[in-house]
Each structure stands twice: as C-alpha cells, then as structure tokens.
Ligand binder design. Sequence first.
Ligand SMILES: C[S@@+](CC[C@H](N)C(=O)[O-])C[C@H]1O[C@@H](n2cnc3c(N)ncnc32)[C@H](O)[C@@H]1O
Length: 420
Amino acid sequence: MALVAPPDLDRSASVPPLSVLDTLQQLTRALNSQRGISSDDKLSGGYVWLIDDQAERRWCLQWLGRTVEWATKKWIECESDEWEQVAETASKLTAELCGKSASGAVQRRVALWKHSGDLLLLGGIAVHEPSFVHADVGCRTWGAAILLARRIARQSIDISMHRRCIELGSGTGLLGLAVGCVLQGLVGASVTMTDYLPVLIQAARDGARSNGLLDNGTAVPMRLDWFELARQITEQGCTGDEQSAIALPAASYMDTVDRDATAAGTEWEGRVEPTLSAEESKGAFDLVIAADVLYEIEHCRVISLLANHLLADAKPGTRSAVSTPPRFILTTPLRSTHLREVAAFEAEMAALPAMRLVSRDDSTRADDLDAWISSMRNEYSAAMLASDQSLAKAIDEDAGDLLVYRTFIYERLLAEATPF
Ligand SMILES: C[S@@+](CC[C@H](N)C(=O)[O-])C[C@H]1O[C@@H](n2cnc3c(N)ncnc32)[C@H](O)[C@@H]1O
C-alpha cells in the first residue's frame, strides 16, 4: 500500500529498510521516465515524489541526503546488505537528481579524430571539469565546444594557417586544447585560453599540462573578463569605428555571479592571474574562437566588439604576418530559449564594416559526426569504423544531444580592404 509521506527517518529505529527501498524505487522510476524509459511493473509501496515540482524536488534531495547518512550509520552498526543497498541507491539518485551540480571536480577524456594516415583517433583530450559550486556554467564541457573541437581536429575547419589564436570563455577548455593540438609544432603558434573565473583558468592550465601543451607554450591560460576589456576598449576609443561610442549595457551576469566570492574573485588558490589590456590585445591575434558564449543578451554586443578588436589591424610586431585574413569562428547552440541572443549577435556582427561572414551552418552533433563518418567510408572499412570504441561512445553520447548548433566563420578585412 502506498505511504502517504516518505518514511520518516528521524524515528528510524522503527523504519524497516524495505519501506525506504520502495520509496527509492518510486524515485528511480520517476527519473527513468524523465529520460524516456518507462517500466511496466506495478509498484504499490513507497512515496511518489513529484520531481517536476521544484519545491518537492528540493525536499526529495534533503530526504535523500538524510537517507544516505542514516543508512550508512545502520550499515556500519549491523553490516546488513539491505542498508548498504539503501545507502548506495540513495547516493546514485542524489547525483542523478542534481546532475553536474552534485558532483565534484572530475577529469574526463573527450575523443577527437583527425583525418591523416591510417589512424583515425587524434586521441582523447583530457579536460578538467571543476565543480558547479566553483565554476557555475563553466563547470562542464558543452556540446558547442565538442562540435567545433571535432571539426577543427579533423580539419573540416582548417586553422593551420593561423598562429596567434585566442579563445573567449574557454570554460573547461576542450576547444582551446583541440586548437593547441592542431597548432602544436608550428613555429610561433599558440592559443591563449581565456575565461573570467580563476578556477576555470586553472582548469585550462591543468588541461594544457595534461595534454603536453603547457610547458612548450602552445597553450597559454589567461584571465579575460569580456566586460572589463570592453569597457577599456570603449573608454580608450581603441576600436577606431562607431562601436567606441556605444555605451555597454549592464550585464546581467553581474547579478548571478558573486564577484567577491571565491568562485568569481580574481584569485584562485593564492594565484592572481594575469590579464590582457585593451592596448596590448588590439590586433594581437589572427584567430578568435568561442563556443556557447551567447546566453545573455549583453554577450552578443560584447563578444562581437571583442572579436573586432582582437583581430584589428596588427600593430607592428604584435602579430606574425599571415597570408590569410584573421578569422573569428563561433559555435552556438540554437536553444529555443536563446534565439533572441543569436539573432542579436548576427545583427551586431552585420553592423561591423570590417567583418565579413564567410560561412554559417546549422547541424546537430549527431548529423555532423554521421556526415564525417560517411565521408570516411571510402578510406576506412565499416568494420574498422565500427571497431573504434571511442567513435561508438561518441555516437551514443551524441544521441542524447538533440540541439542544433550554428557555426559562424567571419573574416576580418584588413585596413586597405575595409570600406570605411
Ligand atoms: C556556457 S559556458 C561555455 C564554456 C565552453 N566554451 C564550452 O563550450 O564548454 C560559458 C563560459 O563563458 C564564461 N564567461 C561568462 N561570462 C564571462 C565574462 N564576462 N568574461 C569571460 N568569460 C565569461 C563562463 O565562465 C563559461 O566558462
């Protein structure tokens, strides 16, 4: 018979583990159904949490936390398998219910492939993902970074002619690290990986070290706050075009990120990160890359302004001569909740006379990988492709990401070509 409330753990002495397990089973079923998995078996016991309701979800998390504590204590006291099962199940459900916010910092490998020789795999790029508490939205590697990193690694987007690259909002750093792997060994080539949260600069540094890109200077983690730099650019009139007259809107990220807290301070574990000034960064790069950085309306203006500035005509000695125009490559998810931001970004970019859109395409991760695999079929047998375990894992993971991603490539016209 269904209970009218979750088992009361405070009067735990009388609570049999089975009634708690029944409630945990109900919760498992609710989470399964959220992921599209339904089950036929009828459950009669246990409390049915309404996990779509925010308040009930929070209450459920509290109950689970107490369950883990309480069952672990019981398990130590009487070494019963039932209590062990209760503690384990409650821990797993807590993690699933909270998603990434429940887990601490983790390291993971993301597989990327290149198209050369008979070896498909570029290798697993090691990324360090900090906890949500410390890194906010930067705590995980987002789908846009995965899609663009794949394209760059396999050279569907060829960046090998660039030498001075900068990534904006690098987060855990997958994209910058992929660029670093492609540029590694090319004389004078480097990628500056930037974010504003010191914990994420540390994540980029850890990633650069793990992938052999730090000590040889291929990847250079650095602090760069878009709004700080944009303020300097506009105050000092560094842009040289109409953008300098536009006052920046108040950024809503200021409301959500407590800049005095450890997560957002300028220091992490006693280290103060260097940053780039408007003057030294002007025209210092020939490639700007970014993934999933358009999630506030203010980002659209600031990101376009920065790209224009970072790729501006180089001061002598700041950028190695490249025969190819400087480029800005950005991938953004088309979340139904953020289409306004994407449209605003496109409008901002279109208003920049020196920036020319050279390509814009939409794709899911799954379609992108599928198209690439199909193009490989002439050279690699189906059996060989199928035997690539990391490819199979990626196909599996992609199936869970239904978002369409838009990738833009802009070229920065140099002074003589700019129609001012
Ligand atoms: C959605 S995450 C994307 C991270 C990474 N590019 C990826 O796709 O996995 C957005 C990133 O932008 C960074 N960010 C947000 N506001 C910023 C600002 N004002 N200056 C610099 N970075 C910022 C966040 O810290 C976060 O790492």
